[in-house]
Ligand binder design. Structure first.
Ligand SMILES: *[C@@H]1O[C@H](CO)[C@@H](O)[C@H](O)[C@H]1NC(C)=O
Ligand SMILES: *[C@@H]1O[C@H](CO)[C@@H](O)[C@H](O)[C@H]1NC(C)=O
Ligand SMILES: *[C@@H]1O[C@H](CO)[C@@H](O)[C@H](O)[C@H]1NC(C)=O
Ligand SMILES: *[C@@H]1O[C@H](CO)[C@@H](O)[C@H](O)[C@H]1NC(C)=O
Length: 505
């Protein structure tokens, strides 16, 4: 995290040039006036001429990424005879012909304000501070009592709660967030209790300074992949997925996942000694001498589903507890893209490709930011591979303005080789995407750092690093490309104006 901050400072120092380019960039992207005009440009431009021109200008070389080529071979969207002539600029980290065409088309629309060169020169950190930054700073806080004071002795935990806003759970530059991660990872536990809800055991931890967090112990080693015959609702949760999801969300500049850290926990002194009777009863020593426990919960809490340490040390994830009622009351919207949670039934969206059209007409349930948030959530879940997003949860008191809170990411990062396209259904069927989300994905496409590199750099700050096996690094880059390909495919049948949602977030 220090590194991240150092990068920000470094970027600011470098910034004069970047700033100038940014002002230009912002100006371009805020000019949304003349749609008729750019449609006519679009219609009249001969793409072949354009490509030929670019060919002369750039040193050309086919990017040699095996996994990317595999994708091209397995998906044949938009492929045609021009493909052979089409060679990439050496500088994009990912490559796909349909995406290149889409980006070329968008770059021609000055009012869209896309420039691959500018994106390449702007770090992801700067980009994510810019996009949605104003909305984040201006949006409301929770309705704390007025005397919920200005005490400087506040814990990082209280600062986090106090600073949560409608447009983002936290500010990326708030030092309290790194402080909170450090507190959760290092401070001694005071109390713990088993949480009643949920299919798997979770412990609610309380620290001496009042900080609270949810502890999910490790069940499997990191290279254990989801069993192919298991349904998503039978999949076990993974502590490392919770950690990786927090970092990924922060890299993307969504700030919708509550802070999560990993921690090595002494099962004797930090769990057993603090445990109530019911939990204590479930502790035992395994045949090879490791300490194990299974606790109480509604499904997976018996001796066949134990958590076992190495000796008496177990690793796990700690997710910050959110503000409590009444101020922190939350509303749960049943997701229209919920799965059926049945081995035998399919959900409506799975059998009806026009499902979204009906949905977009039904504005009863849908406040303005609902659909873009839902689609963001599914893009995020597609990249982590999490099929388990059944509700959209928001702060009740900020309701129509509240961003969704992306908790429960433990079922992501289960399969390195399988990209679960059904998670992208809202994007595929609705063909809408927040413009800012699209720009961020495009940034990860042009590089210079791919998402995998940014993710690795961020995860290095966690006490449990390495968090992900290398297969997931390939997977996240590949999935970024898949999302962009999906957008490119949308543009074959939908207008630019319909696809990109240019809201303040
Ligand atoms: C193109 O990319 C490769 C691999 O990243 C690199 O080794 C090479 O120097 C690059 N060439 C140019 C002209 O930038
Ligand atoms: C865990 O705590 C117990 C009790 O304080 C101690 O005896 C044991 O050595 C600790 N385990 C490790 C690995 O430090
Ligand atoms: C929230 O949005 C709904 C639907 O757009 C609207 O009817 C309602 O009045 C809004 N509520 C608030 C508090 O703004
Ligand atoms: C685009 O529209 C055409 C004709 O309406 C249809 O055949 C095709 O399947 C559509 N493609 C996509 C990707 O929706």
């Amino acid at each position: 995290m220090m590194k991240l901050r150092a990068r920000v400072i470094g970027a600011v120092v470098l910034g004069v040039t970047v700033l100038v380019t940014w002002i230009l960039y912002e100006e371009l992207s805020s000019g949304r006036t003349d749609i008729r005009h750019h449609h006519s440009i679009e219609g009249s431009m001969d793409y072949n001429v354009l490509y030929g021109h670019q060919k002369l200008q750039h040193q050309l070389q086919q990017v040699d990424l095996k996994s990317i080529r595999d994708i091209r071979n397995t998906m044949d969207i938009n492929s045609n005879s021009q493909e052979k002539d089409y060679v990439t600029k050496n500088s994009t980290v990912l490559f796909d012909i349909a995406v290149e065409r889409l980006l070329d088309r968008l770059e021609l629309l000055t009012s869209f304000g896309l420039s691959r060169d500018l994106l390449r020169q702007t770090s992801m950190v700067i980009l994510t501070r810019q996009l949605g930054g104003i909305a984040r700073k201006r949006s409301r806080r929770l309705p704390w009592p007025q005397n919920y004071g200005s005490d400087t002795s506040w814990t990082n935990y209280r600062k986090f709660h106090h600073n949560a806003r409608a447009a983002a759970l936290y500010d990326p530059d708030d030092p309290a967030i790194d402080g909170l991660l450090n507190d959760m990872a290092t401070k001694p536990f005071k109390y713990l209790e088993m949480m009643e809800k949920g299919t798997e055991l979770k412990l609610l931890i309380q620290y001496f300074d009042g900080t609270k967090a949810v502890f999910k112990p490790m069940r499997w080693p990191r290279d254990h992949e989801t069993l192919p015959n298991h349904f998503y609702f039978n999949d076990y949760e993974r502590h490392n997925a919770e950690i990786a999801a927090f970092h990924l969300d922060r890299i993307f500049g969504f700030y919708r996942v509550p802070p999560v850290t990993g921690r090595f926990v002494n099962m004797t002194s930090e769990i057993f000694m603090l445990a109530g009777k019911a939990l204590k009863k479930t502790f035992y020593v395994s045949p090879i001498g490791n300490l194990c426990f299974f606790g109480e919960c509604s499904y997976y809490c018996d001796s066949r589903h134990s958590f076992c340490g190495v000796g008496d040390v177990i690793e796990g994830s700690l997710m910050t507890w959110l503000p409590e009622p009444p101020v922190g009351d939350r509303d749960r919207w049943r997701s229209p893209y919920r799965r059926s949670y049945s081995k035998f039934r399919k959900a409506e969206w799975e059998v009806d490709d026009t499902y979204c059209e009906g949905l977009l007409l039904d504005d009863q349930l849908l406040y303005e930011r609902f659909m873009p948030d839902l689609i963001d959530a599914h893009i995020f879940d597609f990249i982590t591979g999490n099929m388990d997003r059944h509700h959209i949860e928001v702060f009740l008191h900020l309701r129509n303005d509240s961003c969704p809170i992306h908790m429960d990411n433990g079922r992501g990062f289960g399969k390195t080789k399988v990209d679960e396209f059904s998670i992208l259904a809202p994007l595929i069927q609705c063909c809408r995407i927040r413009k800012s989300t699209f720009l961020k994905l495009t940034k990860l496409y042009v590089g210079p750092e791919p998402l995998s590199e940014l993710l690795d750099e961020s995860l290095r700050n966690d006490p449990l690093y390495p968090i992900l096996t290398s297969g997931f690094y390939d997977a996240v880059d590949r999935r970024v490309l898949h999302v962009l390909r999906t957008v490119a495919r949308c543009l074959t049948n939908h207008s630019i104006k319909d696809v990109f949602i240019d809201d303040p977030f």
